[in-house]
Design a protein around this ligand. Structure first.
Ligand code: PEP
Length: 253
């Protein structure tokens, strides 16, 4: 049975004291995670040790990184590798967020290398895909997202692909307050799953968690997460407010 996941992406926000306050508030705010559910906190790299300490021994709760380099070590000043992250207890890494694709020119081919690096040490990539507004307006979002999946993931074996978490994030809905309707989310999630079914078979496709991202908040999470092919969310802005994110965790159905 595929996992349901509420993933927080703090992006490049908060000072140390603000991060500490938020983590304390998260721990103190009641939220429930069932057997098949997870909460994942992708905090800025500098706060990972703090998050690991504050969230230690919380069942079904994981600390994640927002990025990692495609090599495991070497002369890459300023970078962090998946093995370095794993060595301190971080086994979830966001790959290919639209902000990294856009501002850091991360290509599909580079993202394929990052996914391979993460899987090669048994960590979990949270692979982001999603279309810009112009593509949505032209109604070619399915082909656009399918190409992203093919170019970065379809070289993987069936055994490997089930270890990848997908985050579908329409760029026009990220940080804009505009959310895809629950029907729009369901339609493209079903399409994404059908792409995996065509490539790997139905059974494999049904094991892959597909999260929705784009202005998810406490008030809309339940409706979006109730769609049959939506397995949770990747959440930016609302993950910076403990009560909002706790409600989003509780909306995992
Ligand atoms: C994100 O950063 O992945 C995101 C979905 O942001 P927001 O929830 O703020 O739209």
């Amino acid at each position: 049975m595929r996992k349901q996941i509420a993933a927080a992406n703090w992006k490049m926000n908060l000072t140390l004291s603000q991060a500490e306050t938020l983590l304390n508030e998260i721990v103190a705010t009641p939220h429930h995670l069932g057997e098949n559910q997870q909460a994942v906190f992708a905090v800025p790299a500098i706060y990972i040790p703090l998050a690991l300490e504050k969230l230690a021994n919380k069942p079904h709760v994981f600390v994640a990184a927002q990025n990692a380099h495609q090599k495991q070590s070497g002369a890459y000043t300023g970078e962090l590798s998946a093995s370095m992250l794993a060595s301190i207890g971080v086994n979830h890494i966001i790959v290919g967020h639209s902000e990294r694709r856009e501002y850091f020119a991360e290509s599909d081919a580079l993202l394929a290398e990052k996914v391979d690096a993460i899987l090669s040490i048994q960590s979990t990539p949270i692979f982001c895909c999603g279309e810009p507004l112009s593509i949505r307006e032209a109604e070619t979002q399915n082909a656009f997202v399918e190409a992203q999946l093919k170019n970065s993931l379809f070289h993987l074996s069936a055994e490997a692909i089930v270890k990848v978490v997908i985050a579908y994030e329409p760029i026009w809905a990220i940080g804009t307050g505009k959310t895809a309707s629950s029907q729009q989310a369901q339609d493209i999630h079903a399409y994404i799953r059908s792409c995996f079914a065509t490539k790997y078979g139905e059974a494999v496709a049904n094991e892959i968690s597909i999260l929705y991202g784009g202005s998810v908040k406490a008030s809309n999470a339940k409706e979006i997460f109730s769609q049959p092919d939506v397995d949770g969310g990747l959440v930016g802005g609302a993950s910076l407010i403990a009560t909002e994110f706790a409600a989003i965790i509780n909306a995992l159905s």
